[in-house]
Design a protein around this ligand. Structure first.
Ligand SMILES: Cc1cc2nc3c(=O)[nH]c(=O)nc-3n(C[C@H](O)[C@H](O)[C@H](O)COP(=O)(O)OP(=O)(O)OC[C@H]3O[C@@H](n4cnc5c(N)ncnc54)[C@H](O)[C@@H]3O)c2cc1C
Ligand SMILES: NC(=O)c1ccc[n+]([C@@H]2O[C@H](COP(=O)([O-])OP(=O)(O)OC[C@H]3O[C@@H](n4cnc5c(N)ncnc54)[C@H](OP(=O)(O)O)[C@@H]3O)[C@@H](O)[C@H]2O)c1
Length: 362
């Protein structure tokens, strides 16, 4: 499969640490990770409130999975297991959240020399260095892959992650650092990293290049969607040219925690008819009722449109991030479906069967 990359990453942040030789591919567009101020419109002005009164009575339209609609052929899983991990090297690691953001998220690229053949939507495992409190090697943690299969440098020889540094205060008032996320966020270029996998088929992209793909992300749940969107809009593939609609909803706490914002805005400029982008910034925005702007609150502003899209056979919804988002999104859908007399939970089951409702939350 011949493929050409039409975008490249560069990491200009003074805080970033990178191997400059690996970031030098020449490309017509350069995507930077610099934080820029971002201003929001008053969202309450354009918001629509949907009132629901219909009763849930009729059966959901049947959708049956005949053959997989996802890019499932030749998907590799578990090539590397914990006993025999692939040893990659960190090529670069850079903080992509602003200094005033609540928490840090880092984008990192590891070398694979093409030995970890993954697809958009898969995850890898990472075994952090060191031992646990019982003197045993640490267990692996899973991370969604944030790069397309070609990787950030377009040579199919790297894999990228988007990792939030876990730090919390426990019941005793002690500050606790998550083992693997801190190991990863502190990795210096040149350091080795033990990789397992790849794993996962739930989040693979649909085959249909004319599909509508609705992507719902909270925080680092953006990872698989960055991977999808690079394939759709920044790369050229002989066997895949996306010409459908990609609609991304991203929920983050503050505008300084908006992940990959510049890249997504570049995509929007490039293909305004194929890409829609909506942010929900929970600690800075509210809806017209003054409620916190969660991803589902933003979705509610497009209620009818979303519901119409969901009735189509080639609409695929993908959800990734915080576990809590699933219920919020179900609540919205429940109301929408009810207006057509459809039982949402039943309808969702049929969508899942048809691989049109794909969830990976944690
Ligand atoms: C399929 C999948 C994909 C994932 N993808 C990503 C990704 O792309 N990016 C990403 O950043 N993460 C991702 N994760 C989460 C990731 O696997 C790790 O769980 C996360 O990085 C924390 O691991 P850690 O080793 O740093 O923390 P650990 O040392 O494992 O500590 C985590 C534990 O700390 C405790 N804890 C956490 N917060 C609190 C709190 N506030 N109060 C009290 N106790 C607490 C809990 O017991 C929790 O289990 C993904 C998870 C899955 C299952
Ligand atoms: N494949 C996977 O399963 C996968 C992949 C990547 C990440 N993850 C997981 O996804 C999570 C992402 O966390 P993060 O720390 O990166 O995110 P974050 O930066 O804290 O952002 C999460 C956003 O979601 C909001 N939120 C909180 N509760 C919500 C709810 N019930 N419904 C909708 N939105 C809600 C938060 O708002 P407030 O904070 O203002 O309340 C915030 O705006 C992590 O737990 C990570 O492990 C899973």
């Amino acid at each position: 499969m011949a493929a050409a990359v039409t975008a490249a990453v560069s990491f200009p942040s003074s805080k970033s640490t990178s191997l400059s030789s690996r970031t030098s591919i020449v490309a017509p567009e350069r995507i930077t990770f610099k934080q820029v101020p971002f201003y929001y419109k008053d969202v309450s002005a354009g918001g629509r409130v949907v009132s629901i009164s219909a009763q849930v009575t009729t059966e959901a339209p049947a959708k049956v999975k005949k053959e997989s609609k996802k890019m499932e052929e030749d998907v590799v899983v578990n090539k590397f297991k914990p006993k025999n991990p692939y040893i990659g090297r960190c090529l670069l690691n850079t903080k992509i959240t602003g200094d005033d953001a609540p928490g840090e998220t880092w984008h990192m690229v590891f070398s694979t020399e093409g030995e970890v053949p993954y697809r958009e939507g898969q995850s890898i495992g990472v075994i952090p260095d060191g031992i646990d409190k019982n003197g045993k090697p640490h267990k692996l943690r899973l991370y969604s892959i944030a790069s397309s299969a070609l990787g950030d440098f377009g040579d199919s020889k790297t894999v990228s992650l988007c990792v939030k540094r876990l730090v919390y205060v426990n019941e005793k008032g002690e500050t606790v650092k998550g083992v693997c996320s801190n190991f990863l966020c502190d990795l210096k270029p040149g350091s080795e990293v033990k990789i397992t996998g790849p794993v996962g088929k739930e989040m693979l992209m649909p085959k249909d290049p004319n599909a509508t793909i609705i992507m719902l992300a909270t925080g680092t749940g953006i990872a698989p969607f960055r991977s999808f969107l690079w394939k759709m809009f920044f790369e050229k593939h002989d066997d895949y040219k996306f010409n459908g609609l990609a609609w991304l909803f991203l929920g983050v706490p503050t505008s300084s925690s908006l992940l990959y914002k510049e890249e997504f805005e570049k995509m929007k400029e490039k293909v305004p008819n194929n890409f829609r982008l909506d942010f929900a910034v929970s600690r800075e925005q509210t809806n017209e009722k003054g409620e916190k702007m969660y991803i589902q609150t933003r979705m509610a502003q497009y209620a009818e449109e979303l519901w119409e899209l969901l009735k189509k056979d080639n609409t695929y919804v993908y959800m990734c991030g915080l576990k809590g988002m699933e219920k919020g999104i179900d609540d919205i859908m429940l109301s929408l479906a009810a207006r057509d007399g459809i039982d949402w939970l039943e309808y969702k089951r049929s969508l899942k069967k048809a691989e049109q409702w794909n969830v990976e939350v944690y």
